[in-house]
Design a protein around this ligand. Sequence first.
Ligand code: RP5
Length: 165
Amino acid sequence: MQANTTPLVGIVMGSDSDFKIMKKAALQLDEFGIPYEMLVASAHRSPEKALKFSAEAAEKGMRVIIAGAGAAAHLPGVLAAKTTLPVIGVPINATALNGVDALYAIVQMPSGIPVATVGIDGAKNAAILAAEMLALADDSLQQKLVQYKEDMAAGVAQKDAKLQD
Ligand code: RP5
């Protein structure tokens, strides 16, 4: 995390066992130079901590929340209940149901409380989506995203060139 900068993104996970996936969001934000705060807070095991974080996030300067959880994954929805910041949910593959349980829990929110849901274990995409939201008001970040897409396209072209050899 970048020192002396206000975190713009909150990365919350339901358990430290989610870190191996959620660190991919942190690494992607690092690549874009976006400051973030990372914490463990559970909708079930520490609901007060989760609600307090969410209720205070906007006034602390955060602009987007990324929340990852597995099993009956209520964390993103619970956070969304206490903030008007956009919440991006990451369903984690943590049980015998391989993440489908978490996907259904996160994506199927009741009307009025949206959570933008990425794919199972899609923490990297969550970070890119968060960057795209922040870039709406940040031209230099917008340029980084344009470059990111150009680099991706160049990578595909390179693979295609190898195939044609
Ligand atoms: C969820 O239960 C967490 O988000 C995690 O994905 C899953 C298992 O948690 P642990 O039992 O590993 O702490 O709340």
